[in-house]
Design a protein around this ligand. Sequence first.
Ligand code: ADP
Ligand code: MG
Length: 259
Amino acid sequence: MTIQSAIQPSLLEVENLHVAVDGKEILKGLTLSLGCGEVHAIMGPNGSGKSTLSLCLMGHPKYTITQGRILYKGQDIQQLAVNERAAAGIFLAFQYPTAIPGVTIVNFLRSALRGVRGTDVPIKEFRQTVKTHLKTLGIADSFMNRYVNDGFSGGEKKRLEILQMAVLAPALAVLDETDSGLDIDALKTVAAGINAQRSSQRGILLITHYQRLLNYVIPDRVHVMVDGCVVRSAGPELAHELEAKGYEGLRPHTQTLCV
Ligand SMILES: Nc1ncnc2c1ncn2[C@@H]1O[C@H](COP(=O)(O)OP(=O)(O)O)[C@@H](O)[C@H]1O
Ligand SMILES: [Mg+2]
C-alpha cells in the first residue's frame, strides 16, 4: 500500500448523523463508512429511516441535520444543493420514482447528463450509449422513446432507475428499495444491471427491506438499521440471518448502540 492510498478518505463517511423532518428526529446517531469499490447493503424494518438517510445524502431540503456530518470524498457536503451533489457524483435511485408525462426517457437522460457533466453528448452518440445499457437491462430500444415512468409497471420504473445510474456513472450510488415490487425475472435483470455497474471507481449503497436481492448482488457489508441507527454491521451472512430470524431480535441492542 502506498502512503497516498493509506491516507485517502473513504468515499462516504456518515458520522453520528441526527436528522429531523418537520421537527421530528428520524435519524438518531447513524454512523457508516463506505469505501470506493464497495457495495454495502442497508437493511431494516419499515420506518427505520432508510429512505430518510438516502434523501438526506442527496440533499433533500426538508431533512435537517441537527448533529453529526456527512463526508463525501473527505468533504462535508451539508452546504451543497442537490444539483451540486449530483455534479459531484452522487446519485439516488428513488424508492418511489415520479412520472413525467411528455418528457421522453432519452431526452430526460440527456438533460440529466448535461446537468451533471456541464456539457452535451451528441444525440446520435448518446442514443447508442443508451442502447448498450438497455441491452444489459433486457429492455427493447423503443423504451427510450417512452415518457418517464408514465404508465410504467413497477419493474419498468426500477429498471429506469438503474438505466439512469448506468448513464450518469456516479461515484456514489444510493439505491433505495430498487428490488421492491419486482417479480423474480425483473429482480434478476435489475440485479444484473447493478452488478454491471460495480466498479473500483464507485461505491454503492443498496437499501433493501428483503434479503432476496442480496442473493444476486452480493454485498461487501450488511448494515442493519433500526429506529434511525445502525444497530449491527457484518458480512453478507448477516442478510441470511435476518431472513431466518427477522428484525425483532435486533431491537434490544438499539439503546446501547445508538450514539
Ligand atoms: N416528511 C416526513 N414527515 C414526517 N415524518 C416522516 C417524513 N419522512 C419520513 N417520516 C417518518 O420517518 C420514519 C422513517 O421513514 P423512512 O425513512 O421512510 O423509513 P424506511 O425507508 O426505513 O421505511 C417514519 O416513521 C416516517 O413516518
Ligand atoms: Mg423507504
